[in-house]
Design a protein around this ligand. Structure first.
Ligand SMILES: [Ca+2]
Ligand SMILES: [Ca+2]
Length: 163
């Protein structure tokens, strides 16, 4: 199978997986860049259920100063983000811990070039007009292709306007 076909197949699989996971029937976000863009000035993040062995610490790293939001296990935690101009890119990062030990792995939303393995580590979904679901993958690209990785269920949250 060609690389292009393989990539396309992977994209279709990920789309299906995301829909299955989120229950969303709407289209995947956006421009394919993996960039999360503010849909309103005042936003909040709610951490959703995930399924991962690592403890993934979720940060907003841009615009700064960096903001710790919670770990992937803090389901239901809601954190308000600093006000931004709509359409500003919000760069989220997960810092991957094995228990209390920092593995040193860091993965960011947005283009693959931001990550040391040059892979997309997020899949984005639009839940409604202004709500974006962000699904992170915490496994290094070297480990992809084994079992069901990448499955993008390792840290999951929604970014939405403050009600
Ligand atoms: Ca976890
Ligand atoms: Ca995974």
């Amino acid at each position: 199978m060609s690389t292009k076909k393989l990539t396309l197949s992977l994209a279709v699989l990920l789309t299906a997986a995301l829909f299955a996971f989120s229950g969303s029937s709407t289209a995947l976000a956006k421009d394919g860049s993996g960039k999360v863009r503010a849909t309103a000035a005042n936003l909040e993040v709610e951490i959703l259920e995930s399924n991962s062995s690592f403890i993934n610490h979720i940060y907003l790293v841009s615009p700064g100063p960096e903001l710790f939001i919670g770990t992937d296990d803090d389901w239901g935690t809601v954190v308000a983000l600093p006000a931004v101009a709509p359409n500003t890119e919000l760069i989220f990062e997960i810092r991957v811990f094995d228990g209390t030990v920092d593995t040193g792995m860091r993965w960011q939303s947005g283009p693959p070039a931001r990550n040391v393995d040059h892979k997309f580590h997020v899949v984005l979904g639009m839940l409604s007009g202004e709500e974006i679901q962000v699904n992170f993958e915490d496994i290094h690209g070297d480990g992809w292709g084994v079992e069901d990785e990448p499955n993008y269920v390792d840290a999951v949250f929604v970014v939405r306007p403050v009600p």
